[in-house]
Unconditional design. Structure first.
Length: 315
């Protein structure tokens, strides 16, 4: 098992320690626009904020439908996972905002007639297909479907469930390569003996996964939450905790962004001085600025390799 606690600061990837960018409540879902504006969710406050490049923070949407994950598609439209955690008012659906026009639309809110559990994280491949996870970490009595799965929305708007139990126990973070060949899924099941694993899958031309294989296993520690890729295919995984929340997890992995090669080699950890590290986004003019959401803060630092994203394209 890797020695998480002594994982070195990955100097071959990261240029400097992190600094705090802003402070709010329970933060998630960072996504960066082409102009450098950061959008992120405060699930507990039921808001989506935006943080301008000059540091000005404002509310983008309230209520947000308890939005968790956000990401941009290739056209610069902001996609949202409206969840069902931290109180009432969860949308339990996937929505899309046109930043330029203000248009706001529902892409999907049911599958086979049942409402989604709590859409969590979302990404877009190079063909424009949308992938999202749908676990339930909150009130499980509200579940209308027993499956906690991974879904794909095709360009024609059709929705397909592409992963379910037993292949994944509880899918959380998700990332796909822009050549449409690989998909990574965080399997984070907070029960004693539950998975805290990162899975890799091959994708066929239609976006269907196969050849499941283990990339990384956090063991009994608090495993991954959000995850993104750089242009060389390395995984940046938000994970770890200093104070275990129950017998289901240990403090073997300290909080931070774990950098893992596609081969599964742990390169190191970018330490974050918070207890619940939730998600990450690449931004900046060159794609080498990362933004990391945690329980109360957004942190930022510079890395050496640009992020692999659908939008924007780095100059």
């Amino acid at each position: 098992m890797p020695d998480y606690r002594s994982a070195p600061f990955p100097t071959q990837f990261c240029e400097q320690p992190v600094t705090s960018a802003t402070f709010v409540a329970f933060l998630e879902g960072p996504a960066v626009d082409a102009d450098g504006t950061l959008y992120f969710s405060d699930i507990a406050a039921n808001r989506i904020y935006k943080l301008a490049p000059d540091g000005t923070r404002s509310v983008f949407r309230e209520p947000s439908g308890r939005t968790n994950g956000n990401t941009f598609d290739a056209q610069g439209r902001l996609l949202h996972c409206e969840g069902a955690e931290f109180g009432p008012g969860g949308g339990r659906r996937i929505t899309r905002s046109n930043i330029q026009t203000g248009a706001y639309e529902v892409l999907t809110e049911r599958f086979d007639g049942a409402r989604y559990n709590s859409p969590n994280d979302i990404c877009v491949d190079g063909a424009g297909r949308i992938y999202f996870t749908d676990p339930c970490y909150g009130d499980r009595s509200q579940m209308e479907m027993s499956i906690e799965g991974v879904y794909r929305i095709d360009l024609d708007g059709s929705v397909h469930r592409i992963l379910a139990q037993p292949d994944v126990q509880r899918p959380n973070g998700i990332a796909v390569t822009q050549d449409n060949r690989l998909m990574y899924v965080v399997d984070s099941c907070p029960v004693v003996g539950g998975n805290r694993k990162i899975w890799a899958f091959d994708l066929d031309r239609s976006g269907n996964p196969s050849n499941q294989r283990l990339v990384f296993d956090f063991g009994s520690a608090r495993g991954g939450d959000g995850m993104r890729l750089d242009v060389e295919g390395n995984l940046y995984i938000c994970a770890g905790i200093t104070a275990p929340r129950g017998p289901h997890e240990s403090a073997d992995a300290l909080p931070g962004v774990y950098v893992v090669r596609p081969s599964g080699e742990l390169v190191g950890r970018i330490p974050i001085p918070e207890d619940v590290i939730t998600n990450i986004a690449f931004g900046g003019r060159d794609g080498r600025t990362i933004y990391v959401t945690s329980g109360r803060y957004v942190y930022t630092t510079r890395v050496k390799i640009p992020g692999q994203v659908a939008y924007p394209r780095w100059s």
